[in-house]
Design a protein around this ligand. Sequence first.
Ligand SMILES: Cc1cc2nc3c(=O)[nH]c(=O)nc-3n(C[C@H](O)[C@H](O)[C@H](O)COP(=O)(O)OP(=O)(O)OC[C@H]3O[C@@H](n4cnc5c(N)ncnc54)[C@H](O)[C@@H]3O)c2cc1C
Length: 378
Amino acid sequence: MTARYDVAVVGGGIVGLAHAWMAAQRGLRVVLLERSAAAEGASVRNFGMIWPIGQPAGTLLALALRSRGFWLQLHALGVLEVEECGSFHLAHHSDELSVLEEFCDQQTHDSRMLAPQEVVQRTPLANPAGLLGGMFSPTELRVDPRTASRQIAAWLSSSQGVDCQFETLVTRIENGQVRAADGRTWTAQRIIVCSGSDLQTLYPDILGRSELQLCKLQMLAAAAPKSCGAGSPHIASGLTLRHYTAFRGCSSQATLQARISAQSPELDRYGIHVMASAMPGGDIILGDSHEYGDDMTPFDNPQIDELILRELRKVIRLDDWTVRQRWHGIYAKHPTLPVFEAEAADGVQICVGTGGAGMTLAFGLADRAWQRWIGETA
Ligand SMILES: Cc1cc2nc3c(=O)[nH]c(=O)nc-3n(C[C@H](O)[C@H](O)[C@H](O)COP(=O)(O)OP(=O)(O)OC[C@H]3O[C@@H](n4cnc5c(N)ncnc54)[C@H](O)[C@@H]3O)c2cc1C
């Protein structure tokens, strides 16, 4: 027998969970279908950084800040731990300091420059050797990515009336009906496909034409220093200033980019910029690299891990650099859009390709989509 719902969401990563929550909030009857026993994709493999500071001023920064509010709401509801940790971008080169100063002068984000001594007082992670200054931003949050999706799904199921069906691979969507590989079916007036980096199972024609590219990121974990207390700010190095679009408006970025290309082309080749986040459980998550399309293989490249660690040693201090865990994650990313949203058929929406900002943007994107679909005014 076919079960009937208002909304069916395919995918139990953060984007699917966000759409399911926003639908349930609007009083709709929702089923969420996830092929694994628990989410295992990009949403559990990331840094857990809610990172408005990386979003350019305007629509995307506003969406990130809106998402931030939803994360804090989940914390207030006791769904999961969300730390208001803020972030530091550290400058160990004069060109990095120039970009940070130019960025702060633009006053588009809530950020300010601190002198080296102030940075070191605020975070034991910062490497004082060669430190020229740091930019502090208070807007960043930390969640534990390994548990966040599971905790949100459990809460949606227990308190929001969402029917979460795990171990359910959706293989077909037709005429308002969703079909799983084992033959079960659900009907829904609206179906939302949030299948992350799987561009082949559902709507491969649309996703094949979408220009979405897959990107593989290598990650590591070590022990956080004992001196790293709760709420320790996330750390990003000057290399990160090449990565996030927020900094593209800084003319001084060209000098930094030129130095890296000339001195360390291997960092450009593997898309390496380095970040660190100290988890409350005692791990510090470290990364990352970016390999696209044909450069991706199933096998991790130990040279990339060494380069990440080499660059991290320049900017942070750890008591023990022994690597406890290594993994990689894959996300889909559009060359120009922050997310790929499309109507695949009447009543069927696709929402994939949040790239490196899905944890930061998912709730805001889902809320915006629901406002559009049901004609709410913001
Ligand atoms: C290493 C790494 C670090 C990152 N760091 C950050 C960060 O710190 N901050 C940030 O904002 N973003 C970060 N990101 C990006 C962020 O993790 C992603 O943008 C986000 O998790 C994507 O969420 P998603 O739900 O679209 O995809 P996923 O998490 O991959 O979820 C998709 C889900 O859909 C399921 N699925 C797919 N097809 C089907 C089907 N046919 N039937 C049923 N289920 C299906 C999959 O099993 C999967 O669970 C990072 C990403 C990576 C890889």
